[in-house]
Design a protein around this ligand. Structure first.
Ligand SMILES: [Zn+2]
Length: 242
């Protein structure tokens, strides 16, 4: 059965005004990324990190999904069970757009996680006050649910599973800096890269100089503006091509 693997990143949410540390060399909303997004930073100052994610949650409340989120949610609906969407984004804009089944590889802003039993629970946009307890085991040591540098990302195992199952790979708004998309693209005969900029490959030993050269199709547009082109290729892939 033909199936679609989508891997999305910051570029998907950029048009909704979501900024990440990738925008400004190691800074995220003027905070040092290693202070707010590493296990060392978390051990050094839990309160500082908690306040940082409280602010991000508060920010997110008023952000709206853009055209790309809406179209991807529609795609999931139209090809039910045949789309595997893995996102590196921690925002909930895909869900706000109506998507039901998106895997957040780097965690979610609107959940907290128990440090004892690892259960996650939704807090919406509410600030974490420090007096929360886990609804599953009653433990009081709860934390934000964002994967930090220095710890494992448990959902990464789903990448391999998606590669195994799918026949079309679509990378949207991800520079490949965190997850290398070149080896994934190499696994697919059919692939689409959506990025407004051509990105150079990281290694000079790569046979190509640009990431887009590893993809069957390159749509050099912002995510929201690339949807019509993307849908035309998907339709052809799913309906006609063997
Ligand atoms: Zn617990």
């Amino acid at each position: 059965m033909k199936k679609i693997m989508i891997l999305s990143g910051a570029g998907l949410s950029a048009e909704s005004g979501i900024r990440t540390f990738r925008d400004h060399d190691g800074l995220w909303e003027n905070h040092d990324v290693m202070k707010v997004c590493s296990t060392q930073g978390w051990i050094a100052d839990r309160q500082y990190v908690t306040r940082f994610y409280n602010d991000r949650r508060c920010d997110l409340e008023f952000k709206e999904p853009n055209h790309a989120h809406t179209m991807l949610a529609q795609l999931e609906h139209d090809y039910r069970g045949r789309v595997i969407h893995l996102t590196q984004n921690i925002d909930n804009l895909m869900e706000k757009a109506g998507a039901k089944d998106v895997t957040h590889l780097h965690g979610t802003l609107t959940d907290l996680r128990c440090e004892a039993c690892t259960e996650t629970f939704n807090v919406g946009y509410a600030p974490q006050e420090g007096n929360e307890y886990c609804p599953n085991c009653g433990n009081k040591r709860v934390r934000h649910n964002v994967v930090m540098f220095g710890e494992a990302a448990p959902e990464y195992s789903q990448l391999q599973e998606a590669i195994r199952q799918c026949t079309l790979f679509i990378a949207i708004g991800t520079s490949g800096a965190v997850i290398d998309i070149i080896p994934i693209a190499k696994e697919f005969k059919h692939s689409i890269l959506i990025d407004p900029k051509r990105q150079k490959t990281a290694s000079k030993f790569d046979p190509h100089s640009y990431i887009d050269e590893y993809f069957e199709h390159f749509i050099q547009k912002k995510a929201g503006e690339a949807m019509d082109d993307m849908m035309a290729i998907i339709k052809e892939h799913m309906d006609y091509r063997l």
